[in-house]
Design a protein around this ligand. Structure first.
Ligand code: FES
Length: 163
C-alpha cells in the first residue's frame, strides 16, 4: 500500500516524488537548492523556484531516492491523478531520529552509500574534527566529487554491489 505521507510536485515538464520513508536526511536537496527544497515552508517543494534542469540535477543527488523525478509525459494514470497536496506534510527535518535516545546506526544502502544516523563526529586522518553530525551518507562507490560524502553520482556511474 502506498505511504499516505508520499507527495508529488509538478511543473510543466517534470514531477518530483517525495517519499519520506526513504529519507535519511542527507540534506543534499536543501543544501543545494533551498529555493525549491525548503523544509521550513509548506508545501516544502516549490517547483517554480528553479529551472527544470537544476531540479533534475539536485534530485538525482538524493542518495536514497527519497526524491525522484519523471517527465510528465511518462507519468502513469495514477500518478497523473495524484495532485500536489498542500495538506499536512511531513517535515524532512523532523523525521530525524533523536541522537539522545538512539545509538548511532550504520546502514549500507543497496548499490549506494553508507548512511550513518546518530550523534557522531567526522575526523580526518590527522585527528582534526571536520564535522559534528546526526546524519550523513558516505560515498561507497568512489565516484563522488564531494568526498567523503555521497553526492548521488553512484547512480550515474551505475555502481552495483556485485561489481
Ligand atoms: S556512493 Fe553515492 S556517490 Fe559514491
Amino acid at each position: 500500500m502506498e505511504d499516505p505521507r508520499n507527495r508529488q510536485y509538478t511543473n510543466d515538464e517534470i514531477t518530483v516524488f517525495w517519499k519520506p520513508a526513504k529519507c535519511v536526511h542527507a540534506t543534499t536537496c536543501f543544501r543545494e537548492l533551498i529555493e525549491v527544497f525548503n523544509p521550513g515552508r509548506r508545501p516544502w517543494v516549490d517547483m517554480s523556484a528553479a529551472s527544470t534542469q537544476r531540479i533534475i540535477e539536485v534530485t538525482d543527488k538524493c542518495p536514497t531516492d527519497a526524491i525522484v523525478w519523471k517527465y510528465n509525459k511518462d507519468l502513469s494514470e495514477n500518478e497523473l491523478q495524484a495532485s500536489t497536496s498542500t495538506s499536512e506534510e511531513v517535515n524532512p527535518e523532523t523525521l530525524s531520529t533523536d541522537p539522545e535516545t538512539k545509538p548511532a546506526k550504520v546502514t549500507i544502502m543497496k548499490d549506494g552509500p553508507i548512511v550513518v544516523e546518530g550523534e557522531f563526529k567526522v575526523i580526518d586522518s590527522n585527528g582534526n574534527e571536520l564535522k559534528s553530525m546526526i546524519m550523513t551518507s558516505f560515498c561507497r562507490c568512489g565516484g563522488s566529487h564531494s568526498m567523503p560524502y555521497c553526492d548521488g553520482r553512484h547512480r550515474k556511474i551505475g555502481f552495483n554491489d556485485k561489481k
